[in-house]
Design a protein around this ligand. Sequence first.
Ligand SMILES: NC(=O)c1ccc[n+]([C@@H]2O[C@H](COP(=O)([O-])OP(=O)(O)OC[C@H]3O[C@@H](n4cnc5c(N)ncnc54)[C@H](O)[C@@H]3O)[C@@H](O)[C@H]2O)c1
Length: 356
Amino acid sequence: MTKKLRIAQIGVGGMGSVHLRLSHAKNPRIELVALCDLIPERCERMRRELGREDIAVYTDYREMIEKEQLDAVDIVTPNDLHSVIAVYALEHGLNVFCEKPDAVSVEEALKMQAAAEASGKVLMVMRNNRYTQKARYLKDFIASGAAGEIYCGRCGWIRRRGIPGRGGWFTTKARSGGGPLIDLGVHMIDLAIWLMGNPRPVAVSGATFCKFANDDKSDSANSAFGEARADGTFDVEDLAMGLIRFENGAVLQIEFSWASNVARETRYVELRGTKGGITWADGNKVVIHTEDEGSLVDIVPPGPLADDGHARNLRHFVDVVLDGAEPCFRPQQGVDMIRILDAMYKSAETGAEVRI
Ligand SMILES: NC(=O)c1ccc[n+]([C@@H]2O[C@H](COP(=O)([O-])OP(=O)(O)OC[C@H]3O[C@@H](n4cnc5c(N)ncnc54)[C@H](O)[C@@H]3O)[C@@H](O)[C@H]2O)c1
């Protein structure tokens, strides 16, 4: 019989439920063995929804790892626990899939990388935007050399209103690591840098602001994650703007907001090369800007292109662990990402460019 990946999921809140519905309950190569959440009713609710009363329920991931014969865990908890649980699982010989952001500090990201190297197991962090068909289409165009040298670009995810879990862990720096820069920035910065061919970041400058901590309006379906608390903490930014410099001389402008007075929520990556540029935007909008026989032309792929990056990313993890497929994500890329975010926060504090 073909081997299945025996997996347990830790954290069954908003995004944890998405992982179960999109992947673990559907993928025939996964055997979902156990669920763990501090609130066991969340695991029980998902067991009922999936019609899988046989799945074991735990409130302590250490006990679960000790008792169950697992191949892998999927970590979908608040950000501060990603590295703690990942290192524990790797040290216990398990493969690890983990939600973004990788960790809440450079030190923690380095511990994850070291634990993965020492164990020889797979550590993969969610980079769902890389796995959409539109991203693959653009990656192929750039990788073919048709864009020439990519020397600059900009990316962002700006919300008019949409603070996730206001007052809860999302807006508490010690638990989340920061505001929209770490929450949304990981998505778009990663997509831009991956499309650029993973150049090494060397310096970052930027500013952060917090102007909407007392505003609980939302016009973003994407802000429904996390749990709001009326009397909770809000000590993170609600907007960040900055510039990343790379070793090869390229630069990337970035902007992320949970709340700001703009027309509407938008996500985008624009990259400019010497022979062509690309635009990746919401609503499946993908355009290549180039020249053909002396004329400026825009190329739009025949669509629609599927936007199922989360499911594909989770499937890729299974293929890497079970089949030894070449991983699309390396822990070093996670360390580089957290170094960029950490440098942005330092630059916002000092008002100076920070070398990485
Ligand atoms: N890739 C994406 O598109 C995407 C989207 C949303 C959220 N996320 C990420 O997913 C993660 C979870 O976010 P969420 O919105 O689901 O948050 P959430 O607050 O809805 O869920 C977190 C869950 O973790 C549980 N938990 C907390 N401590 C635990 C522990 N020690 N052991 C077991 N369970 C524990 C909580 O009880 C809760 O059910 C975050 O890291 C977030 O950044 C990713």
